[in-house]
Design a protein around this ligand. Structure first.
Ligand code: DX5
Ligand code: ZN
Length: 235
């Protein structure tokens, strides 16, 4: 069975807001698989970012499916709106809701693809009952809340822990990695078992670098790293 290609999910909070259409056309031309949308409420995390109106406007302008990352308290109160986005995958932090399993079921009922996120402070073991229920496990490699932070090194091991758990249980969920996905960290993250990379200020949206060139470099780096990662060959 051919090894799964590595998917790209650009973090749109890092895009040039004043040239958003241009950005999206370029991402489409390079076949990116997802658009990563960070929704923050200033409560669960000390920052405010993209909301549902931004998502609806963007959804009207592109066919790239949305990879919605909810960093909000009580996501269950807003889930219908985000699940209505075309082809949406909706990921929340389990500690922000009383019944995470009920929310996962609700996301599926609404026709979207569910995922949950693991904060740097949380052990993977804690979520062994949630992992079989979702299409995506998002391993945060920085503290949620801001772009431009540095990788928290122990989080690399958590990618491998999730990978090993999925293998042991013969599960096929994607492992997404979010936070300081830089040119140097990308090979380590792929080697650890990542499937989807949220690319932000430390690679795709790096300042002083032509976006077109960054997208080309990213694709070739992903392919080189994929072919070099023994773990992926065995998948
Ligand atoms: C942080 C967000 C990330 C962030 C990534 O809480 O979830 O998606 O935008 O930005 P960089 O790549 O700069 O760490
Ligand atoms: Zn994110």
């Amino acid at each position: 069975m051919p090894a799964r290609p590595i998917q790209i999910s650009p973090s749109m909070m890092c895009a040039d807001f004043l040239h958003l259409e241009e950005e999206v056309r370029l991402l489409e031309a390079h076949g990116v698989e997802w658009l990563h949308i960070d929704v923050m409420d200033g409560h669960y995390v000390p920052n405010f970012t993209l909301g549902i109106d931004y998502c609806r406007a963007l959804a009207g302008a592109t066919r790239i499916p949305f990879d919605v990352h909810l960093m909000i308290e009580h996501p269950e109160r807003h889930i219908e709106a985000f699940c209505a986005l075309p082809g949406a995958r909706v990921t929340f932090h389990p500690e922000t809701v009383y019944q995470p399993v009920r929310l996962i079921e609700r996301i599926r009922e609404l026709g979207a693809s569910p995922g949950f996120a693991i904060d740097p402070a949380q052990p993977v073991e804690q979520f062994r009952h949630l992992i079989p229920l979702v299409d995506q496990v998002l391993v945060m490699t920085v503290n949620p809340g801001y772009a431009g932070q540095k990788l928290i090194p122990h989080c690399l091991k958590k990618i491998t822990e999730v990978r090993d758990f999925l293998k042991r249980e013969s599960l096929t969920a994607d492992i997404e990695v979010d936070g300081n996905v830089s040119w140097d960290n990308i090979p380590k993250m792929i080697d650890a078992g990542a499937d989807i990379l949220v690319v932000g200020t430390s690679s795709l949206f790096e300042k002083h670098r032509a976006r077109q060139q960054s997208l080309r470099d990213l694709r070739s780096l992903l392919e080189t790293a994929r072919l070099a990662a023994p773990e992926r060959q065995a998948m």
